[in-house]
Design a protein around this ligand. Structure first.
Ligand code: OGA
Ligand code: MN
Length: 353
């Protein structure tokens, strides 16, 4: 469905969301922009984006499992100033480390996840440990209960987002993971945002039938800083809209390793994920080659080799799932939260459509 077919005045975003979510009959994906170069005729909206390679040394990039910035394939989209799409800048063999962090490390306490709503901290203490046995053994044939890892939907880091009040607050903060902080700092620097300070993160875990509803990320107090988004595993259709629901969105593929930066005039645009789609073969098989092709590790490397046992679980998980990480700077330098009265309010889950 071309954007031009959507009549103005109605909720064009919702219409497009339903179009791409539809199962029967499945939609035509021919208008979805694919930055991976898999499609011979690039969309006329796609323009090259200029990065700043001098801000991140090749050694710094390699420590994080990233290619030298001058080799990154970065794009902008006409009509979306401040939007940057970086087509998988990871070195081959380094994505498994980040996938392992998202599945094994970041869900650990003190971080918060959807399972905490109905379970005690002791039950959600070791999601990985409680799931690996069932995930590593071949299916027995009878219907087995889902593991905690399979029931994981979201994890919050740093300033933990309160889904009910749609706010962050000073008293719901735990240490932000240092490796993801550094990765975010370097990506933002390459995109023209030196000094980016990752303070909050939201990880979304998608199964093949999941979607994420139409929203704007506006709860951060400093909107001059970009929002970073990284994806692993299966691919997604991502819809990037305008400042109004009536603005017809642009549909993009997000594949494993791809990154998006929403900044400037694109920082507060409506967006959504109506559908998860199977990853093209080369995006997961080649890029994820783990134990046989681990990146040559240097001193001080952040990215470590992933053990065969861990990778067996991760690779099985991402064969049918997608993980998305969004990283946000909540406060500008010297800024603090306004006084709030809502301390102690209960949390409920994120709304999914
Ligand atoms: C979010 C978000 C997009 C994605 O978490 O706010 O927009 O690609 N995620 O999963
Ligand atoms: Mn968002």
């Amino acid at each position: 469905m071309a954007a031009s077919l959507v009549q103005s005045g109605e909720d064009a975003f919702r219409k497009m969301f339903k179009f791409y979510k539809r199962r029967n009959p499945p939609p035509d994906f021919c208008h979805v922009i694919d930055f991976s170069g898999g499609i011979p005729n690039p969309d006329p909206k796609v323009v090259p984006a200029k990065l700043d390679p001098a801000t991140v040394s090749d050694v710094e990039a390699a420590r994080l499992g990233l290619q030298p910035v001058r080799d990154w394939r970065a794009f902008g989209l006409q009509g979306y100033p401040g939007f940057i799409f970086i087509s998988n800048p990871f070195m081959r063999g380094s994505q498994p480390f980040w996938v392992r962090q998202c599945l094994k490390i970041y869900p650990q306490k003190p971080n918060i996840c959807n399972l905490d709503i109905h379970m005690s901290p002791s039950d959600t203490q070791d999601i990985w440990g409680k799931s690996v046995h069932a995930l590593s053994s071949p299916p027995s044939g009878k219907r087995e209960p889902k593991t905690l890892l399979e029931r994981l939907r979201w994890v919050t880091l740093g300033y933990h987002y309160n889904w009910d009040t749609k706010t962050y607050s000073a008293d719901h903060y735990t240490h932000f993971p240092a490796d993801l902080h550094l990765l975010s700092f370097q990506i933002a620097a390459a995109c023209g945002f030196p000094g980016f300070n990752a303070q909050a993160g939201i990880l979304n875990y998608y199964r093949s039938d999941s979607s994420l509803g139409i929203h704007v990320d506006e709860s951060e107090l400093d909107h001059s800083q970009p929002l970073l988004s990284l994806s692993f595993g299966q691919s997604a259709i991502f819809l990037l809209g305008g400042t109004h629901r009536e603005d017809p969105p642009t549909a993009l593929y997000m594949h494993s390793g791809d990154m998006m930066v929403m900044s400037g005039q694109s920082r507060l645009l409506y967006h959504a994920v109506p559908r998860i789609v199977p990853a093209p073969k080369e995006h997961v098989t080649l890029e994820m080659e783990c134990c046989s092709m681990a990146p040559s590790l240097q001193d001080n490397a952040v990215v470590e080799p992933v053990s065969k046992q861990d990778w067996a679980v991760c690779s099985q998980y991402i064969q049918s799932s997608r993980v998305n990480v969004t990283v946000r700077q909540v406060l500008g330098p010297g800024q603090s939260f306004p006084e709030t009265l809502d301390a102690g309010q209960a949390w409920t889950g994120r709304q999914q459509e």
